[in-house]
Structure formats: C-alpha cells, structure tokens
Design a protein around this ligand. Structure first.
Ligand code: ADP
Ligand code: MG
Length: 368
C-alpha cells in the first residue's frame, strides 16, 4: 500500500498559504497590493517597485488560497483528508502562523456562534476549521456502527504560562485576578510525552456541545484581549480533540483506535522580530516570545538535520514535540495580507513557512 510506504519513509509537513482579502480600511486608503496568488500553480508572488528598491519573489506551497477562497474551500481541500486520518487513529496537528490581523483566528475558529447556523444544521459560511472538523468528526462517527468517545481541551499559552480556556471560572474574575490567575504545570507523562496537570477534559457527545465550549473558551480569550493590552496577539491557543473508537476485528477481537487532532492558533509572527522592549517589560516580552522563537529554532534544527533539536526550550515545543518531526501528521497554514504596509512581515512569514516544508514526520497509528 503506497500510503503505508509513505508513512514509513516519513512525510513532509504540509504547508499551505492563505492570503486574506483587503480590509475595509485598506480599501478606503487605496492600499497598494504587493501579493498575488496563483492557486492553480500553487504560487504566491510578492512584488514591489519603488525607485531604488525592487522586490520580486515567488514561493511555491502545497496549496495556495487567495483572497476569494472561502472557509469551505480551504476546509474541503486541505482539512477533510487530515480529519479522516485522525478518524483512522493518527495524531494530526494544524498550525496557523502569520502576522496579527492576517486571519489566523478567522481560519481556525471563524464565526461559529450557535444560532447563526443555517438550515439543516449547516454551518455558517464563516465557520472555520475547528467547528467544521468537529462537525465532520460527529457526522462520520454517527454514521458508523461503533462505540466512540470524544474529548476536547482548550488552552492558552501566554508568557510561558498555561491557562485553561475551558475552566469554569467567571470571565470577570479571570481579568480581575490576572496576577493570581490559575496557571497549570506541564509534566512528563512517563511515556516520553507531556501532559498539563489539571487541564479540564470535556467529554462531548454532539457537535453542538463543542460549539458551546468553543464559544466559552474564545470569549475568555477575547475578553482578555480587550482588557489586557491585546494579549491574544502574543498568546498561542491550542484546541485538541481526542477520539477513541472501539472496533471489532474480522477475528472478533476488540480494537481501540485513538486519534488526536491539535489545532493551534499561534501568536502573531511579528512577535519574533519585535522583541517587545517597547513597554520596557523586557523579561515578560522575552518569555512571551520564547515559544515562538523556539518553534522557529526547532524547525531550523529539523530542516538542517542537526543532532540536537531544542524541543525542551519552550512550553509550546514541549507540548507539540510529537507534531514536529515526530509521529504526527502536521500541516501549517501561513496567513498573509495582500497590502504593502505588511510587506516586510509577509516576506518573513513566507520564508518561515517555506523552510518548514522540509520537515519530515513519521506518523504512526496509535491505539491497541
Ligand atoms: P489574526 O488572528 O491573524 O490576528 P483575525 O483572524 O482576527 O487575524 O483576522 C483579522 C480580520 O480580518 C478579522 O476581522 C477577520 O474577520 C478578517 N479576515 C481574516 N481573514 C479573512 C478572510 N480570509 N476572509 C474574510 N475576512 C478575513
Ligand atoms: Mg487571532
């Protein structure tokens, strides 16, 4: 079977590029366009011609989604096969990487409020990867004749501290008690992995339940953002879905398949370059960037086949160790803006994402 062969050899990280449309402000100000997408050729071209400065670069990715691509297009072309792998018992991770304001949260969460759903339980057009994945998972499980369980966790990593976005605290309390906000320790699980002690694991039995949880979690993140100095552009969020499926083999033996999907909305990539000395809170800024910086170093070490990969240097890379050069199938969705004022960050996002294409993972089915 070619699929199995491919897995044994190791598969590259899949890297997709999404360019958002111009915002209303950018349109109003006639912002010049510097990014052009050719979805068919899977190419993104960046060009600018100003006297004395000439930029002309073309990048190729596994898939390219231009400004007119809809949430549904991205999901069906890029994510459906990944969720199918999870249902087969693989661990898969999808990262959103890019400058703040380029559509990471729109891509991952989108607009998924309950009650806004269309007829027949159809999702709204703006629903992102998380609600669509949840729907696909339940549609598939409900159509099979097998016992299953679905658990989710949702955490935020800010300043190298983990907070539980599903913990049932009051939002106001979280904000008022920011200083003493409950943070959770990361522990070795004794099997080479890590676990977050005390993290709320919610068992869900239908897709509508996940929407409630997601709303609760992202509301907590949004509130923190407005009240706490745009925290979310500097924080990472990690939504994980774990599925156990009980199956009988043709010989009548019981088989438990276990697949996990990690969906990661990373801190704004500009946090790598601007090391936040702006507010004079250098230590804090350094800590905030540690995870994003380490992610970059881990990617470099994997690409350059260095013996030492610095997974242990940050919480994000410890949590996602298995997703980077490990036993997980990984996809990175890099997001950019088409406008000239983002040019510098756009080029650095494209370089970063392009480099990540060379990482190889060795996915394995987990379960017994
Ligand atoms: P980020 O999470 O990267 O900071 P957001 O997801 O918050 O960025 O997106 C910034 C704004 O742009 C939001 O208002 C969002 O709705 C809009 N947006 C982003 N990407 C798209 C897209 N592909 N299509 C339509 N609107 C988008
Ligand atoms: Mg965001």
């Amino acid at each position: 079977m070619s699929g199995r062969h491919e897995r044994e050899k190791g598969v590259n990280v899949q890297v997709l590029l999404r360019c958002r449309p111009f915002s209303e402000d950018e349109l109003k100000n006639n912002a010049p366009q510097v990014v052009t997408c050719n979805e068919f050729q899977r190419e993104v071209a960046v060009s600018q011609n100003i006297a004395g400065k000439h930029i002309d670069r073309v990048f190729t990715f596994d898939k390219v989604f231009g400004p007119t691509a809809q949430q549904k297009d991205l999901y069906e072309q890029a994510v459906v096969p990944i969720v199918n792998e999870v249902l087969e018992g693989f661990n898969c991770t999808i990262f959103a990487y890019g400058q703040t304001g380029t559509g990471k949260t729109y891509t991952m969460e989108g607009e998924c409020k309950r009650g806004k759903a269309g007829h027949n339980g159809e999702l709204p057009a703006d629903a992102g990867v998380i609600p669509r994945a949840v729907q696909q998972i339940f549609d598939t499980l409900e159509g099979q004749n097998a016992e299953y369980s679905v658990k989710v966790t949702f955490l935020e990593l800010y300043n190298e501290e983990i907070t539980d976005l599903l913990a049932p605290e009051e939002i106001s309390k979280v904000v008022l008690e920011e200083k003493q906000k409950k943070t959770l320790p990361l522990m070795e699980d004794g099997k080479g992995g890590v676990l977050v002690r005390g993290l709320e694991e919610e068992i869900v039995t239908s897709s509508s339940e996940i929407f409630t949880l997601l709303e609760r979690g992202s509301a907590k993140r949004r509130t923190a953002e407005t009240l706490l100095n745009k925290q979310s552009s500097r924080s990472h969020s990690l939504f994980s879905i774990t599925i156990h499926i009980k199956e009988a083999t043709p010989e009548g033996e019981e088989l438990i398949k276990c697949g996990k999907l990690n969906l990661v909305d990373l801190a704004g990539s500009e946090n790598i370059s601007r090391s936040g000395a702006r507010d004079g809170r250098a230590r804090e800024a350094g800590e905030i960037n540690k995870s994003l910086l380490t992610l970059g170093r881990v990617i470099s070490a994997l690409v350059e086949h260095l013996g030492h990969v610095p997974y242990r240097d940050s919480k994000l890379t410890r949590l996602l160790r298995d997703s980077l050069g490990g036993r997980t199938k990984t996809c990175i969705i890099a997001t950019v803006s088409p406008a000239v004022h983002c040019l510098e960050e756009t080029l650095s996002t494209l370089d970063y994402a392009h480099r990540a294409k060379h990482i190889k993972n060795k996915p394995e089915v987990c379960g017994t």
